[in-house]
Design a binder for this molecule. Structure first.
Ligand code: 3HC
Length: 695
């Protein structure tokens, strides 16, 4: 039963009951049942008005995204329902609690009035799926609250609270949850409010200014541009014509590659936590967390865990570090409070769950300990061994290592099955990605607990097997190899980074290394060159280190940073790169953006496929979620694996084979998985399980 209904005080109460989020599903019959229930109420002379609400304290998260796979003609019933609501001869009033998102809010907008609780959340997040609000949102929202506020809602996709919605004019009244129905009855008796139309000339100027404000987004997002077109139409044409235009553009967007990629990202971010093989495994309960090390990582992890409601005990043998960590953590919460993200009381409550301690004895009762000490095998092994002496036998021991072999680390303990890697990315309380490194003998319930813990931190957890660099850094290494190579062949840093940023990467790889610190890259290269002397690196980044150009922290790396953060091309570095080419006898040539993008991105794709083939990542979608959430890969391209499928594996393979003929061709050995899939005419996506969607 997806719609429950009963009559009360002359009102028909219609309740959408489609857990977990009350999506207005076509395939599950929600739209049809709601239409039937509404028709019955409208035909019943004893009913004076209708209220619509959502079960479980949630109005509706909108259209069922899984329905987007249906052929367009099967989406007709939604239009019928919305027309019935808007044209009803009796007042139809939406009672909003929890979320009213997308089609859920559009349903409320089609109603004659809206009442909501102060903490409800209302939004039109379709842009996050590469779509526009397709059930009247682009037409009714500007008519109700004006073009500027409507565009802000639709272009940012960010929700507003009930209280904010009232001041925007999106809802008519705020009420306590238990008063919603009676207030709606009173409103129906009095007559629902009407609004005066807005002055046209002001609206046009607001449209121009707001589109200008969002110019960068409009340059990239097809959906954003179409939202602009629809909102402009709302000023020019009658509602029914605007609705027709909106519907046509919605269907066009649905077929766009940006929307396919964004929908894939939405479901994949949820599918990553459903790792095949762990379906029947129960996670251990975690209420308290121990952290070893009060450095940047330890403090950030502590802040993330406190924010998620855990009790946290942080130890550092160094008293100064303990003071520093406590100050850093309270600073994070104070800033959140100052920005209005949380109340001062919430900040205080979070801080009150933190205990600082000197030694490990404080960990006697914790459920999980994460070590975030110096990145050195012997140091970390000693920490894990000491922890074993004090923690409970069922306490999970996690390492935040980013480079060390977890199996060797775990082997130092008496019970390696309870050891796992939790590779947080800096700043740990902000970055969404968490690589969970599963050792050869990590127990399945330890992995399941790590996944559940990560979900509570609101991270995107991706399970990686043990290998050098895990999923993310191992792939980044191959991108960097190409970037350095391109410098020697004829490109300059600003061109390499610029081409990749225009492709959509949040930051070019050379700027990333300037941010991370060139000395870190140097250390990793030294180790890898000792391990694989047959795989030489460009000497360009090493010369930077010799020159003391360690990146942003020394205000000089591949670029100059005269005011700290903004990269400015450096003539000295560009000359150095030219002289390296000359020394190596390379005739520098003009290199186009397309070659830069193909070599850097296809290197990622090839390595990602090897990672899937070796079982380091369970599925291609796991690789993609690492890159979307930790490495700034453009979300509207889905991730390297999704992008490979979009271009076609046959094409990718042909290009990889042509790169094999380059001077460092050994780096381009094609992944056998790519060869097998391309030969069979299959896509990487065909290997995704538990993804719930096939875009
Ligand atoms: N359709 C189908 N499934 C949905 C859904 C939707 N609109 N929204 C959420 N779900 C599913 C999720 O995939 C997840 O499934 P799983 O448990 O099998 O992985 C489950 O519901 C719970 O979702 P979350 O894990 O995200 O739960 P949270 O409580 O953290 O968040 C939420 C709930 C805030 C509603 C969040 O899910 C959300 O933001 N959903 C997307 C809302 C959205 O984008 N709506 C617009 C849809 S497009 C539209 O309406 C078009 C219209 O204009 C025509």
């Amino acid at each position: 039963m997806k719609i429950r209904s009963f009559d009360e005080a002359g009102a028909a109460r219609l309740i959408v009951d489609n857990p977990p989020v009350n999506a207005l599903s076509l395939s599950k019959g929600v739209v049809a049942s709601l239409t039937d229930a509404l028709r019955t109420a409208l035909d019943d002379p004893a009913i004076t008005h209708v209220t619509i609400e959502g079960a479980g304290g949630r109005f509706s998260a909108g259209a069922d995204i899984l329905d987007f796979e249906l052929p367009p003609e099967q989406i007709e019933p939604t239009r019928e329902l919305f027309a019935l609501v808007a044209g009803a001869g009796k007042p139809v009033i939406a009672l909003i609690t929890g979320e009213a998102f997308g089609g859920g809010l559009e349903l409320a907008l089609a109603c004659h009035a809206r009442l909501c609780t102060a903490d409800a959340r209302l939004g039109l997040p379709e842009i996050n799926l590469g779509l526009l609000p397709g059930s009247g949102g682009t037409q009714r929202t500007p008519r109700l609250i004006g073009v500027a506020a409507a565009l802000d809602l639709m272009l940012t996709g960010k929700p507003v609270t009930g209280a904010e919605a009232l001041s925007l004019g999106l809802v008519d009244e705020i009420q306590a949850v238990e008063r919603l129905r009676s207030a709606a009855d009173a409103m129906a008796r009095k007559g629902v409010p009407t609004r005066a139309p807005r002055a046209d000339a002001v609206q046009r100027e607001e449209l121009r200014l707001t589109l200008h404000k969002h110019a960068r987004l409009l340059g990239r997002s097809v959906a954003a541009r179409q939202i602009g077109v629809c909102v402009e139409a709302a000023l020019d044409v009658p509602l029914y014509e605007g609705l027709q235009l909106e519907s046509r553009l919605f269907h066009e967007l649905m077929a766009s590659s940006q929307s396919r990629a964004l929908r894939y990202a939405f479901f994949s971010e949820r599918a990553v936590a459903r790792l095949p093989g762990l379906e029947q495994v129960t996670a251990r309960p975690v209420a308290s967390v121990g952290i070893v090390g009060g450095g940047t990582m330890g403090s950030g992890i502590a802040a993330a865990a406190l924010e998620a409601g855990f009790r946290v005990t942080l130890t550092d043998t160094n008293a100064d570090m303990r003071v520093r960590a406590e100050t850093v953590i309270s600073g994070i919460f104070d800033r959140d409070a100052a920005k209005g993200r949380i109340t001062p009381q919430q900040a205080q409550e979070r801080q009150s769950r933190l205990t600082m301690a000197e030694g490990y004895e404080a960990f006697g009762e914790v459920d999980l300990v994460i070590e975030a000490v110096f990145e050195d095998m012997a140091v970390k092994q000693a920490v894990l061994r000491s922890l074993e002496d004090v923690v409970r036998p069922d306490c999970i021991l996690a390492s935040n290592t980013s480079t060390l072999d977890l199996d060797i680390l775990a082997a130092a303990t008496a019970d390696p099955a309870r050891v796992i890697g939790l590779h947080f990315f800096s700043p740990a309380h902000i970055m969404r990605l968490l690589e969970i490194v599963r050792g050869r003998v990590s127990a399945p319930d330890v992995v399941a607990t790590a996944l559940a813990f990560a979900k509570r931190l609101r991270k995107v957890p991706v399970v990686s097997g043990v290998c050098d660099g895990f999923i993310g850094n191992r792939m980044f290494e191959e991108m960097l190899r190409q970037a350095y190579q391109l410098l020697e062949e004829g490109a300059l840093p600003a061109q390499v980074d610029g081409a990749l940023e225009r492709f959509g990467m949040a930051m070019g790889p050379l700027k990333v290394m300037d941010l991370a610190g060139q000395d870190i890259g140097h250390k990793i290269r030294q180790r890898r060159m000792a391990e694989h002397p047959d795989r030489p690196y460009s000497i360009v980044p090493d010369i930077l280190c010799e020159l003391g150009r360690l990146g942003q922290k020394t205000k000089a790396g591949f670029y100059d940073y005269p005011n700290g953060r903004n990269a400015v091309a450096s003539d000295a570095v560009n000359d150095m790169i030219r002289s390296v080419s000359a020394q190596r006898g390379i005739d520098r040539r003009a290199i186009c953006d397309e070659e830069i993008v193909e070599r850097c991105i296809f290197a990622l794709i090839n390595e990602g496929a090897k990672i899937v083939e070796e079982g380091i990542a369970a599925r291609p979608l796991d690789v993609d979620m690492v890159w979307l959430n930790g490495y700034g890969f453009p979300r509207d391209r889905g991730g390297p694996m999704f992008y490979a499928d979009e271009l076609g594996l046959t094409y990718i393979l042909a290009r990889i084979r042509s790169f094999e003929k380059l001077s460092e061709g050994w780096a381009w050995k094609p992944a056998s998985l790519l060869v097998t899939l391309a030969d069979a005419g299959r896509a990487l996506r065909s290997l995704d399980t538990a993804a719930r969607i096939s875009v």
